[in-house]
Design a protein around this ligand. Sequence first.
Ligand code: 6PG
Length: 246
Amino acid sequence: MPEIKIFPDNELFNQAVVDRFIEQAALCIQARNVFTVALSGGSTPAQIYAALAEEPNRDRITWEKVHLFWGDERHVPPEDADSNYRMVREVLLEKVAIPPENVHRVLAELDVHQAADFYEAELRGFFEGKQPRFDLALLGMGEDGHTASLFPHSTGLNEERRWFIANQIPESGVWRLTLTYPAINAARLILVLVKGVGKADRLKDVLTGAYDPVAQPIQAIEPKKGQIVWMLDQAAAEGLQPTFRP
Ligand code: 6PG
């Protein structure tokens, strides 16, 4: 059974995620002198990034040892309102002393396949050709069960070799850019952040229903040698049976 933590309110949820981020950063920097993070997009993590930029959280992190990557990105320029990079830049990057070379932006303004190839090369270069093992992967979950930009019935679900790809959302035809299952599942720690009553039914299906990762891609998120923790608020967790609650 995956590790599940349920928080009664937004403040406790956000601080718990921030504290786990800070703890993991300290452990990894002590062990390997670096902390690599794959950031999630969306609204849930934006509050986490903003909290990381505030005192006292900000000074509890050795930012020059932190390398930020994006778990997924929309196929838009960096100044676009939908850009996950822009969101992180506004709430975090402009407020902490992270060296610019430690911020590994997806060049999402390029042709989508070129952007994916460039980021694949960026990952292979940074991880020196070895399997990328992010020290922390932050993930969200959509109401359709997607995570990162691994959407239901999308071809990206079948990628077993590459770490980063262009992936088309079948319903809309919109192109996204995303880490693949091999890259995400190699992480040392995966935190899945799910909030809101709108996610409750899907979360119950994902955690207690039939295993169908083509329809519910987040079900195939399973760290090979790492740890996964589902960080939920009470609203999102309301569909979980008490026996399933920790
Ligand atoms: C993105 C995210 C996406 C997100 C989910 C949940 O680029 O939008 O990576 O996978 O995590 O859609 O988003 P919320 O946390 O905003 O509900």
